[in-house]
Write a protein that binds this ligand. Structure first.
Ligand code: IMP
Length: 432
């Protein structure tokens, strides 16, 4: 038995949360493996909306176990707030429902201060981060100065660890950013206000737990955050997030062998969006882009920022299929494309007088790439109430078939609305 990985095949916000929620109904364990509260996963059940940032998107199924693995950077105050909101909404979030790796990185208030200070100082060339402290937290982890979750529970050593980290941070705040000093004792005291709430969910060995479940033939779903083109190594660097967002990162974060992840589901929207700076070859800056933005409610669930919109980019999608080893595609938000006379798909780029069909690995080249757009007749039918694929209008089917054929990867799921039941299965991802 092996696990299923759900990752974003574009620039994030593809609808991974909805798909993980749907899959979780037939799964046993849901593992969030990277990112932090920069993510915003929106779930809609019976018309009721829940936005999650850190807690895995399986949490609304109360008989499932959700794990936050070691590769996640955890804003402990944000997480506590998320748990509180779920409890207020009637979910009892027990310690068998939510497990948090002791070895995950603690994201603390000074990471956010540094993230924002750096963005402000950049003026031109801003990355457009979410301001959630993601970069500084991952940086501390790599520099071997981060506090991991287990450190927060050890009150004998916590203060001295904070003092050590803050010595360097305060030198930066004072010397470079003209910001007031942050006192270790203040952070220590703030941590004490949430630590009792988080303690029941502590888990020492996520690797053992996940491996056992896989061995027992249980269904494990790995939930990615952000998207392939925001990957720290393979995305449009430096306009990326600070973690590896691709499927392989699931294996590293949870501590299981790569061969145990065999179903790799690439989630993509029927069009494309991007938040923040960086090249986006299929971007539409005209009224067509504005219509997609409006119809798709393309405003960030974490920051509220308007998302840039464009046609589906097959060059970028094929790159994502290659990087992740995607063997199943989920096309989301197809209903949003209703009402266009024609819909475009980017099939290649024109670059330095040549036509290319492989995504350039240099960000500078991506920014120079001119999209080659193939147009298809649009449709006017409302897709949101359609229950089976065969009922999709002919022009819609042509569009979907073209994408599947060109990407050489089966589209197994199509989503035509935010709710769980607005999901059309071409092939079930789990067999029964
Ligand atoms: P950071 O992850 O906050 O450092 O932001 C780095 C870049 O990734 C920025 O362009 C963000 O807009 C983008 N980003 C981060 N998280 C998400 C996400 O969940 N969806 C879409 N874009 C994201």
């Amino acid at each position: 038995m092996s696990a299923t990985v759900v990752i974003g095949a574009q620039w994030g916000d593809e609808g991974k949360g909805k798909l993980v929620d749907v899959l979780a109904g037939n799964a046993d364990l849901i593992v969030r493996f990277q990112g932090g509260s920069n993510a915003g996963h929106t779930l809609v059940v019976n018309g009721k909306k829940t936005v999650l940032h850190l807690i895995p998107s399986g949490i609304l199924h109360t008989d499932k176990t959700c794990v936050i693995a070691s590769g996640v950077v955890i804003d402990i105050f944000g997480l506590t707030d998320e748990i509180k909101k779920l409890k207020e909404a009637g979910f009892n979030i027990t310690s068998s429902q939510l497990l948090i790796s002791d070895n995950a990185t603690a994201l603390l208030p000074y990471h956010k201060v540094l993230d924002k200070a750096r963005e402000e100082a950049l003026l031109a060339g801003k990355i457009g981060t979410t301001g959630k402290g993601i970069g500084p937290a991952y940086e501390d982890r790599s520099a071997r100065r981060a506090l991991v979750m287990a450190d927060l529970f050890d009150t004998d050593t916590l203060l001295s660890k904070l003092e050590f980290v803050l010595k360097e941070k305060n030198a930066l705040f004072k010397g470079l950013y003209d910001l007031p000093e942050i006192k270790a004792k203040d952070i220590f005291d703030q941590i004490q206000t949430v630590i009792a709430e988080l303690k029941p969910y502590r888990t020492a060995d996520v690797s053992y737990l996940v491996s056992q479940k896989i061995k027992q033939g249980k269904r494990v779903v790995f939930e990615g955050a952000q998207g392939t083109l925001l990957d720290i190594y393979h995305g449009t660097y430096p306009f990326v997030t600070s973690s590896s967002t691709i499927a392989g990162a699931g294996s590293i974060s949870a501590g299981v062998g790569p061969h145990q992840l065999s179903k790799i589901v690439g989630v993509f929207k029927a069009y494309c969006t991007r938040v923040g700076s960086g090249p986006f070859p299929s971007e539409l800056t005209d009224e067509v882009g504005t219509k997609i933005q409006k119809d798709g409610h393309e405003f960030g669930s974490t920051t509220g920022r308007a998302r840039r919109c464009g046609w589906l980019d097959l060059v970028a999608l094929k790159y994502a299929i290659r990087l992740n080893g995607i063997n199943s595609l989920a096309m989301m938000k197809l209903d949003v494309l209703t009402g266009h006379e024609q819909v475009g798909i980017v099939t290649g780029y024109r670059l330095n007088g040549e036509v290319i069909t492989e995504f350039p690995t240099s960000t500078e080249l991506v920014s120079k790439a001119e999209p080659i757009v193939e147009y298809f007749p649009g449709w006017s039918e409302d897709l949101t109430k359609i229950k089976t694929v065969k009922d999709l209008p002919r022009n819609v089917l042509k569009y979907v078939e073209f994408v599947s054929q060109q990407s050489q990867c089966p589209i197994d799921v199509i989503s035509v609305g935010p709710d769980r039941d607005q999901t059309l299965w071409i092939k079930p991802l789990f067999k029964d």
